[in-house]
Design a protein around this ligand. Sequence first.
Ligand code: GLY
Ligand code: MN
Ligand code: MN
Length: 465
Amino acid sequence: MNIELPFSLYAERRSRVAAAIGPNGVALIPTALERPRNRDSDFLFRHDSYFYYLTGFTEPNAWLVITGDGASTLFCAPKDLEREIWDGYRLGPGAAIEALGVQSAYAIGELDTRLPRLLENRDAVWYPFAIHAGLEARVGEWLNQVRARVRYGALCPEQQRDLCTVLDEMRLIKDAHEQDIMRRAARISAHAHVRAMKLSARMLREGKDVREYHLDAELLHEFRMHGSQYPAYTSIVAAGANACVLHYRAADTPLCAGELVLIDAGCELDGYASDITRTFPADGRFTGPQRTLYDLVLASQEAAVAATRAGARFNDPHDATVKVLAQGMLDVGLLDRNKVGGVDDVIEQRAYFQFYMHRTGHWLGMDVHDCGSYVEPSQVGEVSERKDPLSGEVIRNRPSRVLKPGMVLTIEPGIYVRPAEGVPEAFHNIGIRIEDDAIVTAGGCELITRDVPVKAAEIEALMQA
Ligand code: GLY
Ligand code: MN
Ligand code: MN
């Protein structure tokens, strides 16, 4: 169990939910399901982020119900000595009231009998839409049971509302407690990247066979040695040309002197993700063409960092990145001016997309691709249309989100060069991404992942030390 905080933090969040759903609303929030992996082995359980955000409770088999009057009810696994001998400690409903600060707690087995009563005489039932398979049907069954009692004067909720709209806005701004955990997660991940870089150079120096999985193991070791529960997502360790596969995993490709390694890995700590990418020469020395592209990606990241501050739009760092990358692709000869024109044409026609095909960032928080609308809520009605030059598809744009202090996002430009006609051979199969995590502040942003160096010369110095 992971309840380190005074539960007032979670109680305060539940009060905000109660206020948002109104005095006659009721909100249902299940935690995640346990999922079978093969035969009688399960995947490692990971709580649902919304549920954890409101309870701090990490056990499976639990539901939270919040009613508009501010009361919270927890359903959880009951104490059971035999099951606890096999599966471990359970808090149990008896202790939950004091430990979690909820007003009532019952065994999970009572959910189906108690839920209809909790829904009765409410206007609206709120729950996260399209997150938990089967939840909609289950709510339908409970509502049907309420309907069976209308002849006795019971009222049945007339509305079903998406609770994500409330919780996503709350989770988008990270409070001081959340920022503190995220800084710690980022630091652990940064140190793991440093270790992986050093291991690569050391094993090559010693003439050893070093493979992607060795670095994957090194990352995991550092995460766990510092209390991280698990990686925040499946680590990418990509040697050489594998870096051009965006969702590559760590497999068994050998690392070779003269080639780059791309690592995208971050730990999860106490429910919060970190997300770092570094690209480095396997033996600690960039070649000329590698260094040219590396410095270009880094310059584009610096432009994005400079564009990240309260009051700017979420898209501003991406636009700043694209400007630098597009100009750089022309300068180094990845794109041919005679074919694609100047930098404005490259951007307008999206010619850079051949080498840079993803966005420059995403929200980061409990989930690595965290929740939160990327559209500015006050401007959802301001729709403009444009035709995408590559696909011909008509895109409906809405103004991008205005950044506020406490929002956390990644800044992760890259360049991926697959061999193709007209592409200088010296750059073939080079894949580079540089990713840092940023907390938006009033005047700019705080990069929380810089315990691992990012400048080419500093990476070289570290790996050769
Ligand atoms: N590691 C996932 C991402 O960078 O978006
Ligand atoms: Mn990312
Ligand atoms: Mn990443």
